[in-house]
Ligand binder design. Structure first.
Ligand code: ADP
Ligand code: MG
Length: 260
């Protein structure tokens, strides 16, 4: 059945949370292989805000993102998207929630090579049997700066352009929140800056909510707020970050760890 496009998002003051974790824990394995990937994490991701999640390798960044996005189950605590509690949702409901409310961008672009850029961007809508909101798709395509590239296939696009297609695909369904895991990890710094600039613009101009995992202070400086994870715990946060400020916090944390 065909469904009308979602209404325009409300650009509300960024005080309410688009997603929140409360006492969220995630344990993998049992016995000797038991790993506490997340240890009672409580955090909110503000609506129409750009939040970066930082931390050393293995600190639980991807696990937090996966639990918040319903890609992985939680061991204890709560993960909410808007008013929806993810713990206890059936697979069917989780699939629908991911399809209707969440956009994903991964390090690997995950585009279909036989489809054009435009077809890749609108594929999730086609799968959901939703008619694209043409004005919205046009706005997204313009914002990403892909207007002249819509008929190109991924192999005819640069890495940065391919990732911009992936971001446009994530935005096409007007999700409540976009989760991006190291979206610039496979890009050179110039292409990375393009993609980050677009994510930034999607928050400012389109009111999008973005949560991005990164280990790069320069990437984190595009965000409104940075939260720091270490050993599965939330350790720090920084508002209106600069790359220098983020680096300072990382150095401070390293120094504290060395002396404790
Ligand atoms: P990050 O993204 O910050 O590098 P992850 O969230 O991927 O860290 O991993 C956090 C911890 O959980 C690590 O110790 C990792 O080895 C462990 N882990 C992640 N996924 C799994 C899994 N599927 N099975 C077992 N352990 C896992
Ligand atoms: Mg990771």
């Amino acid at each position: 059945m065909s469904q009308a496009a979602a209404p325009a998002p409300v650009h509300s003051p960024a005080t309410d949370a688009a997603a929140r974790a409360t006492g969220l824990s995630k344990v993998y394995g049992t016995g000797e292989t038991r790993v506490v990937a997340l240890d009672s994490v409580t955090v909110e991701f503000g609506r129409s805000r750009f939040t970066a999640i930082m931390g050393p390798s293995g600190s639980g960044k991807s696990t937090l993102m996966h639990c918040m996005a319903g890609l992985d189950s939680v061991t204890a605590g709560s993960a909410r998207i808007g008013d929806t509690e993810l713990a206890g949702l059936s697979d069917h409901h989780l699939t629908r929630l991911r399809r209707d409310k969440i956009g994903f961008v991964f390090q690997a672009f995950n585009l279909l090579p036989t489809l054009t850029a435009y077809e890749n961007i609108t594929l999730p809508l086609a799968i959901a049997d939703r008619r694209p909101d043409q004005d919205w798709v046009d706005t997204v395509v313009r914002t990403v700066g892909l207007s002249g590239r819509l008929e190109h296939r991924p192999s005819q696009l640069s890495g940065g352009q391919q990732q911009r297609v992936a971001v446009a695909r994530a935005l096409a369904s007007r999700p409540e929140i976009i989760f991006a895991d190291e979206p610039t990890g496979n890009l050179d710094s110039r292409s990375g800056a393009e993609v980050l600039g677009f994510l930034r613009q999607s928050v400012w101009e389109l009111g999008q909510t973005v949560v991005m995992v990164t280990h790069d202070p320069v990437a984190a400086a595009y965000a409104d707020r940075v939260v720091f994870l270490a050993d599965g715990r939330l350790t720090d946060e920084l508002l209106a970050p600069t790359a220098e400020g983020v680096l300072d916090r990382m150095r401070l944390f390293d120094a504290k760890n060395r002396t404790s």
